[in-house]
Design a protein around this ligand. Structure first.
Ligand code: AMP
Length: 251
């Protein structure tokens, strides 16, 4: 596995692959890799000649500075998981280089990004869409893989790629869960033990067949601070806090 930090280095490798007619699969992440990320990488591994994983904790998508500071960073174990999943290139872009424009240029979606998570996290999706567009332009994959766990994000990225006529297939991968149903997330390791025990209630409530109002009440009764429970396109989506850890899920 090759580790590349510079944009120029990444573009060079990309050119060589193009000359060789190699197909490229791309999995962008913020690291603290778990089995959910591994599933994306394994899917890419099966479908593409070359697999690029990026790890970049994107400061622009954090509306809460403390959340950014506390975000888990586990590069050593990430390296192990990445090489186990057959990653060809681990791309570790540097903030300075990625935002040479000082974030003066941004991707702004003004409809679907304003509801659900967008209604509660100002600037979040602007940060996500901007960094994903930059990363797609640098890595120029044929396919890019995103988790359905972040369902709103997946739809926004898919539709951004269509809106700008990028020739990239956006592939959604079903949510990977712990045996107790909790959706895997890098933030789970920040849960206090008593909160970790409560966390599977989200999925249990989502699968109960209850209405969004009933799900909200059930989660609040157990001890969650619920941000939203909504139904959209045949899916129920939840965002809720346990302590200062924000969890999202959908089913
Ligand atoms: P993150 O590192 O949290 O930004 O996530 C990077 C990618 O992994 C995103 O496309 C996520 O949707 C995806 N992902 C995160 N958790 C899971 C999971 N439990 N199952 C499937 N995909 C996931």
């Amino acid at each position: 596995m090759k580790i590349i930090e510079s944009i120029q280095g990444m573009r060079k490798v990309r050119q060589i692959w193009r000359a060789d007619g190699q197909s490229v699969g791309f999995v962008p992440t913020m690291g603290a890799l778990h089995r959910g990320h591994a599933k994306l990488l394994e899917t890419a591994r099966k479908e593409c000649d070359q697999v690029v994983l990026s790890i970049f904790v994107n400061p622009k998508q954090f509306n809460d500075k403390k959340d950014f500071e506390k975000y888990p960073r586990t590069l050593e174990s990430d390296l192990e998981i990445a090489s186990r999943c057959g990653v060809d290139v681990l791309f570790l872009p540097q903030e300075k280089e990625l935002y040479l424009d000082q974030y003066h240029y941004r991707v702004y979606e003004n409809e679907f990004s304003t509801i659900l998570c967008g209604a509660h996290r100002p600037g979040h999706f602007e940060g996500v869409l901007t960094v994903v567009l930059k990363l797609l332009m640098i890595t120029q994959p044929q396919r890019a893989y995103f988790g359905e766990k972040d369902f709103q994000q997946f739809l926004l990225i898919r539709d951004m790629v269509a809106a700008f006529f990028l020739d990239i297939q956006i592939i959604g991968v079903p949510t990977v869960r712990e045996t107790d149903g909790l959706a895997m997330s890098s933030r789970n390791i920040r849960l206090a033990p008593e909160h970790r025990r409560l966390a599977p209630w989200i999925y249990k409530a989502l699968k109960s067949g209850k209405s969004p109002e009933e799900i909200r009440k059930q989660l609040e009764d157990v001890g969650f601070k619920v941000e939203y429970v909504e139904e959209l396109a045949g899916r129920k989506l939840v965002a809720a806090y346990l302590g200062d850890v924000r969890l999202i899920d959908n089913a």
